[in-house]
Ligand binder design. Sequence first.
Ligand SMILES: [Zn+2]
Length: 120
Amino acid sequence: MAYARERLEQRDIATERVLLLFGQAERLAADGDAEGATKRVRQARDISLRCNLRLPKMLKLRFCRRCQTYFTAKTLQCRLDPLERRLKRTCLSCGHSAYQPYSKPEKGPRRPRPSPPRRT
Ligand SMILES: [Zn+2]
């Protein structure tokens, strides 16, 4: 019982640290320190692996899965593939690409067509 509680506490601490490291990575990337940002991402990923912590999707999309580069406008290329309905995300530092599906926006309620103007 005590062990389980300890593990939960460890996870809470790990979550806090991972979020902190991603915040630091974001700030460093904005300042132009790409290596520092990548280092923070690696540290955060190491912590999540050690503590069996699943990274939320929002964080997973922010770095390259292969080389752990933090994505900025200079390190990420996005291309839409409308036929396959997916977004191709290419890491510009290692060339790894990943696909992210997207769906059609849902249709709203049908509105009646405006009637054509009458001729007189
Ligand atoms: Zn990469």
